[in-house]
Design a protein around this ligand. Structure first.
Ligand code: PMV
Length: 361
């Protein structure tokens, strides 16, 4: 597939108005995407677990307007008008308009809500952009008549990527690959695909508890962070390492080796933050409590032989990953030893999910 394949032929149907609703989850990367080329093309392949409970629901209402000269839309978060979201959506619309030529023909009302608190430090861009991309695809489907499920999902992922890179991994589940990797046929820089190989029972229904260490706005956005990988002294080696880690994970998913899995996952998280600390300008997104949690997890693992591990996004919060078989023990450990590191003791218990869902037409 190339970009050209997502430019539609003339639509065969017309529609004056309507409304579509999608609910789309967040995702957590195991091999991290950090560094991009123009048009949101990743510098290296990444793979993520799709989450289940952390999601955004978006209702997109559309009505035909007189002229097609400008984009016209309004945005609401939890029922309140959010003009601060408008510039991000305007940029998104500009990037995708050649793939969705109907965008200027309608006025859109975007009503969105998240299952997780807006100011939780959990990025809503993956779930938010994927939900919006799916709503737009539902409109395109109504205008074109039949489209295959594969095309629908691929194009939704392709569009979501242009909104926020990692959003392209939120359309389906439970394991999604984005970025070309030589060992994974069909992998693409343009959209996420379902991980195509065997996955051992040990990795089914994996659990993710998100410890909310810092609910504030990040000091450095991921856009700035990605850009700092240009001319980064360790970039070339880092991108190679991501390819190697992907290859190793293919074996690990097959043979069920959770010890090898957690080494790659934790190393990827620390490498992501090492890239931030060695950029110019350098920055640190971890907080003392992030380190406190990591050390507690390492001690717990040594003392109990647990397979619990951590990963990090571009922020201070910690994702605690563990097999379903350890659910009770790890939740008890989180409650008794890790909750004190969380802002107001808050954490969110989640698990692997299977992708976005359309709510109604
Ligand atoms: O999708 P963005 O541009 O916000 O980048 C997210 C990057 C990480 O979350 C740090 C890693 C990843 O692969 O999700």
């Amino acid at each position: 597939m190339t970009e050209q394949d997502f430019i539609p032929e003339t639509y065969s149907k017309t529609k004056d108005s309507g409304s579509v609703t999608w609910s789309s989850p967040s995702n957590i990367a195991l091999v991290k995407y950090w560094g991009k080329k123009a048009d949101q093309i990743p510098e290296n392949p990444s793979i993520s677990f799709t989450l289940d409970h952390c999601k955004t629901t978006t209702i997109l209402s559309f009505s035909k307007k007189e002229s097609s000269d400008i984009f016209s839309f309004e945005v609401f978060l939890d029922g309140e008008q959010k003009d601060s979201f408008k510039s991000k959506i305007e940029t998104f619309f500009k990037r995708i308009e050649s793939y969705l030529p109907f965008l200027r023909d309608y006025h859109f009302k975007i009503e969105t809500s998240n299952t997780f608190p807006h100011s939780s430090g959990i990025a809503s861009s993956a779930s938010g952009m994927s939900a919006l991309a799916l709503c737009l695809m539902s409109i395109e489907k109504e205008l074109s008549g039949e489209v295959s499920e594969t095309y629908f999902n691929q194009k939704a992922s392709f569009l979501a990527r242009l909104g926020s890179g990692s959003a392209c991994r939120s359309i389906e589940g439970d394991l999604i690959v984005w970025g070309t990797h030589k060992g994974i046929d069909g992998s693409s820089d343009l959209f996420g695909v379902k991980y195509p190989f065997q996955v051992h029972q040990n990795f089914k229904n994996y659990q993710d508890t998100i410890l909310l260490v810092d609910k504030g706005e990040k000091q450095v956005s991921s856009t700035v962070g990605h850009n700092l990988m240009h001319n980064h002294p360790f970039a070339a080696r880092r991108f190679e390492q991501a390819h190697e880690n992907m290859s190793e994970l293919i074996e690990i998913f097959k043979n069920g080796d959770v010890d090898a899995f957690l080494k790659i996952v934790e190393s990827e998280a620390l490498t992501l933050h090492a890239m931030m600390m060695t950029s110019m300008p350098y920055f640190i997104l971890m907080k003392p409590n992030t380190m406190g949690i990591i050390n507690k997890i390492w001690t717990f693992r040594k003392e109990t032989n647990s397979k619990v591990c951590f990963t990090l996004d571009a922020g201070a919060n910690v994702h605690v990953l563990y097999p379903e078989s350890e659910k009770d023990a790890v939740l008890e450990f989180i409650k008794s030893e890790l909750a004190i590191f969380c802002q107001n003791g808050h954490y969110i218990t989640d698990q692997i999910g299977f992708g976005a869902q359309q709510i109604s037409d």
